[in-house]
Design a protein around this ligand. Structure first.
Ligand code: CP3
Length: 342
């Protein structure tokens, strides 16, 4: 039994005593306790060792008091399991030495047995659930097929992911074949996360906003829709497609219980587009956590008032920035917890 099920009740549309709160990328470099483990172990070693993943997942629950834990892992463990080499290069980010360029490269990519290739994630989830002991729910996650294709084709981070787009626009059949393979892997992966104990799953489409509304449907949403359909009877799902606010109505129609939004759309407009039957999550500008604490408090209150009571999970509009002081992150969380809607 969960002692704190505020997020689950909010996703079901129930009125709660206060707005729940967590932060994207809450398990990470702004926490000195994370940096200690980062000194000792490599990134994927931290992901692949259930005891380490468990400890890192629980750190923000203990230190900043969020209303949910999110599994410490990465969206790029899926391309790894599908057969591509993925490295994390210090101060540069993800690097895939042999990205997918043409049909010959697709031979190296497979829909894997997730128990065999990602079993360490499920072991971590079981351990986390035991350690959390019902304090807060655990959010599992995966990257959206489009965002994973971006890395699998581009081979590294990019502001525009132009090579990934060119791949889609010039070899659409190949692109759809790859997107379907990622989708099939992701469905099996998320179902196994739920079986291991994840209470909620979030789909991260960090690069969804790079596509036009039509291309977002073609290369992203039709695959997310399959994932949500496969999961929605089991646990609530949250879609976070950064920058793709134009499609909030279509995203709500997938049956997802939650939709993440970034800070570039007004909460009132997001609500108008998404309709009243879905919970919105967001949308504090992560850079604002570098403001003085009184400014953070004031801005968080403005955000909460704009969303109004119910059907809102307070969060950042994207991941927390590494140089945020811990007391600023705590001020964000505490302001939400103390706020009461008039
Ligand atoms: O949110 C959490 O606390 C859970 C863990 C989590 C990580 N990555 C850990 C991580 C989650 C949910 C992710 C998702 C992820 N990974 C996304 C989607 C969300 C987003 O931010 O847009 C993307 C695009 C990635 C790919 C990725 N992984 C990048 C671009 C980077 C490097 C950039 C960066 O922030 O350092 C990573 C590495 C990564 N993933 C770190 C962490 C804590 C930093 C690793 C380190 O240097 O210690």
């Amino acid at each position: 039994m969960l002692q704190n099920d505020l997020i689950l009740r909010t996703l079901r549309g129930e009125q709660t005593e206060r707005t729940p709160v967590w932060m994207m990328r809450q398990a990470g470099r702004y926490l000195p306790q994370y940096m200690v483990l980062r000194e000792k172990y490599g990134f994927f070693e931290r992901c692949q060792t259930p005891e380490l993943a468990c400890e890192i997942t629980i750190q923000p629950v203990d230190i900043v008091g969020v209303d949910a834990a999110i599994l410490f892992s990465d969206i790029l463990v899926v391309p790894q399991a599908m057969g591509l080499e993925v490295q994390l290069v210090e101060s540069q980010g993800p690097y895939l030495p042999d990205p997918v360029k043409n049909f010959k490269d697709l031979v190296r990519v497979r829909v894997p047995d997730v128990q065999e290739t990602l079993g360490y994630v499920f072991e971590a989830i079981k351990l986390i659930k035991k350690e959390l002991n019902g304090r807060v729910p655990l959010i599992g996650f995966a990257g959206a097929p489009w965002t994973l294709l971006c890395y699998m084709v581009q081979g590294k981070g990019s502001k525009t992911f132009d090579q990934a787009k060119v791949f889609c626009y010039t070899q659409p059949e190949l692109a759809h074949q790859l997107l379907q393979m990622i989708t099939d892997t992701t469905i099996a992966y998320l179902k196994a996360q739920v079986k291991a104990g994840a209470d909620i799953v979030q789909i991260f489409d960090s690069w969804g906003g790079l596509l036009s509304p039509d291309d977002f449907e073609t290369y992203s949403l039709q695959y997310i829709r399959q994932i949500v359909a496969a999961l929605k009877e089991e646990v609530p799902t949250i879609i976070f497609a950064k920058g793709a606010w134009h499609s909030l109505e279509e995203m709500a129609a997938t049956g997802a219980q939650g939709l993440g939004i970034d800070w570039c759309i007004k909460p009132q407009l997001a609500r108008q587009i998404a309709g009243n039957n879905v919970t919105l999550q967001g949308n504090f500008d992560p850079a604002k956590l570098l403001s003085p604490i009184p400014v953070i408090k004031k801005e968080v209150e403005t955000m909460l008032a704009a969303f109004g009571p119910g059907r809102h999970i307070a969060n950042l509009g994207h991941g927390i920035i590494p140089n945020v002081p811990v007391d600023h992150a705590r001020a964000f969380v505490d302001t939400v917890k103390e706020y009461r809607h008039k």
